[in-house]
Write a protein that binds this ligand. Structure first.
Ligand SMILES: Cc1ncc(COP(=O)(O)O)c(C=O)c1O
Length: 438
């Protein structure tokens, strides 16, 4: 049995419990497939990040990367914990506005923000726009002039370090669709353009080196490169940054094969690397911002599914099919992401067999878990897939015209709907009847 499963909480009946709620009761009350978020886990991870900064005596922002999972309740929870958010679309920004999220705690990312999105950001006076390319600088200039307005900006750069789980690479990131290249001088050119515009206040520099990263080294190298860049800019034109934003990407455990350090340990290493380099270069210590998405939302999420059909292929394998799949979690089909699942009525029951957990969508690739050890299962049993909170519901679709599941938040034995289950009516509400004559 993996550590992950070992650490699950069960109640007196032996059922899997999340946030003090019995998962079988949740499945009964709200139906399946169901996405459940453990609110305490979200709060705790934000606190762990905040504590690292406070222990290191550094100004900071923990800016939740809302692309991992966004809804009004999530934004309100993040705000309750004094988190900031980063958004990457007008839709995420609109959700934050509807949530009453403080606009000065919002950063706006993206490599092709539209004029309308920039107007929305300026009109709501969000905290900072992360400038990504020269076209965007021009567009923002126009928007600010038209509105006689002003906004804080940062430059997203490619520090030449990219990371993929256990590897980092010192050249790979130069060939990226995001941000200004450092080596060719593009970033410096962008800096000059921004500083020349009195309507933009240049807060600092940003880099995001990858996702689901397990190695600290790549983060330390990127952070040091960012400070070196600021050192150059300080020397060349006297520019002093207020903020260094190192993005997100801290790896989490999905299965027993993953054994990452705690997400906040990455941040501790990053903060120490920035402190060391600024000290060496005689620069003032900037505030350090981070943008964790997966590490906040991922471990907090569980997908509950009901088991339906079963297919035993003699001598090959057995398929256990559930009532969800790639429409509520496309990650396994899209990039072979791995998960573990347990039998909610008894997660610690003795293992009887290894099965393939299949989804209900009409794609052979709709397999949620390739190989899962499970006790004997029956139709009607509930399976809980673990650590599904990041980039699961956020990437959900209506493929096969299946409604997207409900999302429920749980804490201290209480539950609430955060996103309602879609109905069949919802599926057709934007459809128009055919009315072209033949
Ligand atoms: C700019 C930026 N910040 C933060 C994140 C969040 O990364 P993660 O969810 O791995 O923490 C991403 C993810 O793609 C990103 O592009």
């Amino acid at each position: 049995m993996s550590n992950q499963i070992d650490q699950l909480t069960t109640n007196q009946a032996g059922h899997l419990e999340i946030g003090g709620c019995d998962t079988l009761d949740l499945a009964k009350e709200y139906g399946t497939p169901l996405v459940v978020y453990d609110v305490k886990s979200i709060r705790d991870q934000i606190h762990h990040f905040q504590k690292v900064f406070e222990d290191n005596d550094v100004d900071y922002a923990v800016s939740y990367a809302s692309k991992a999972f966004a809804c009004i309740a999530m934004f309100q929870l993040i705000n309750q914990e004094h988190g900031h958010i980063d958004v990457v679309s007008g839709g995420e920004l609109y959700t934050a506005i509807q949530a009453g999220f403080p606009m000065d705690h919002v950063s706006f990312h993206g490599n092709n923000k539209s004029r309308e999105e920039l107007e929305m950001a300026v009109d709501h006076q969000i905290g900072v726009i992360m400038l990504d390319n020269f076209h965007e600088i021009d567009l923002l200039k126009q928007v600010l002039e038209e509105r006689n307005s002003h906004i804080n900006v940062m430059l997203r750069v490619t520090p030449g370090v990219s990371a993929h789980t256990h590897e980092y690479d010192q050249t790979g990131q130069v060939d990226s669709k995001f941000g200004f290249d450092l080596k060719s001088g593009q970033a410096r050119q962008a800096l000059d353009q921004v500083l020349a515009d009195p309507r933009m206040t240049m807060l600092g520099i940003h880099a995001h080196i990858g996702s689901q990263i397990f190695e600290v080294k790549g983060f330390e190298m990127a952070a040091t490169t960012l400070v070196d860049t600021l050192g150059d800019w300080h020397e060349e034109i006297g520019y002093t940054a207020k903020v260094v934003n190192v993005g997100g990407g801290f790896g989490i455990r999905y299965t027993q094969a993953d054994d990452p350090i705690a997400p906040e340990m990455f941040v501790d290493a990053i903060v120490k690397a920035i402190k060391k380099r600024t000290h060496e270069l005689g620069l003032p210590m900037p505030a350090v911002w981070i943008e964790p998405g997966r590490s906040i939302a991922g471990p907090a999420g569980y997908n509950l599914y009901t088991v339906g059909s079963r297919k035993d292929v003699p001598g090959i394998r057995s398929y256990v099919t559930v009532d969800g799949g790639m429409g509520d979690n496309i990650r396994p089909a899209l990039y072979q992401a791995k998960y573990e699942a347990v039998l909610a009525k008894n997660p610690k029951a003795p293992i009887k067999e290894t099965v393939r957990v299949a989804g209900k969508y009409c794609e052979s690739g709709d397999i949620l878990i390739q190989k899962q050890d499970l006790p004997a299962t029956q139709p009607g049993d509930v399976l809980a897939m673990l650590a599904t909170g990041a980039y699961g519901y956020a990437m959900a679709s209506n493929y096969n015209r299946n409604p997207r599941p409900a999302v429920v938040f749980v804490e201290n034995g209480h539950s609430q709907v955060a996103i309602k289950r879609e109905s069949f009516e919802d599926l057709v509400h934007l459809d128009e009847p055919f009315n072209l004559s033949d």
